[in-house]
Design a binder for this molecule. Sequence first.
Ligand SMILES: [Zn+2]
Length: 173
Amino acid sequence: MNEITLEWQEAGKIRKVVIGDRQVSKNPGTVRLGRDPVKADIVLTHPTVSGLHVEIFFNQNCQCFQVRNLRQSNPPLVDGKNLIQGEMVLSQGSTICLGQTEIKVVAVSLAGSSVPPTILMPPNSGNSGNQIYGLKCPKCDRISPFEQLDLGCPWCGTSLAAASSVLITPNTL
Ligand SMILES: [Zn+2]
């Protein structure tokens, strides 16, 4: 599940919403922000916000959340840049200004990033108890067990002869 968390101030209060990539919305596939409660999924009340202002969606190609302008005459400011056409990628720390309302992206959680990272250990760390080595594919960067050395990468078929060995913990395989 991919999620993006937005936060902004409204009438002195902090509002926070979490948008998921499979969020139920009025326009399937995107979540729309604006002042009009009939058209917008997330309603902002400040008068400088357009009725239907921007939409946020998860782009499967880049595996990232993006924002798109829906109001030519009142473009949002995304990370300080006017977004008139096209899309911009939202990452943690991004800001979207709709009129005078500044929305902060406080968190982006991607399903892919929940895979435990491979831990690279310095040599001779003296902590070899339950650690084993794996082979890092030079093409797709996935880690295979050492037994794959003669067979090639199980994901992309690339020869692992040139793969670098990385220290892994047993439960990451
Ligand atoms: Zn590979």
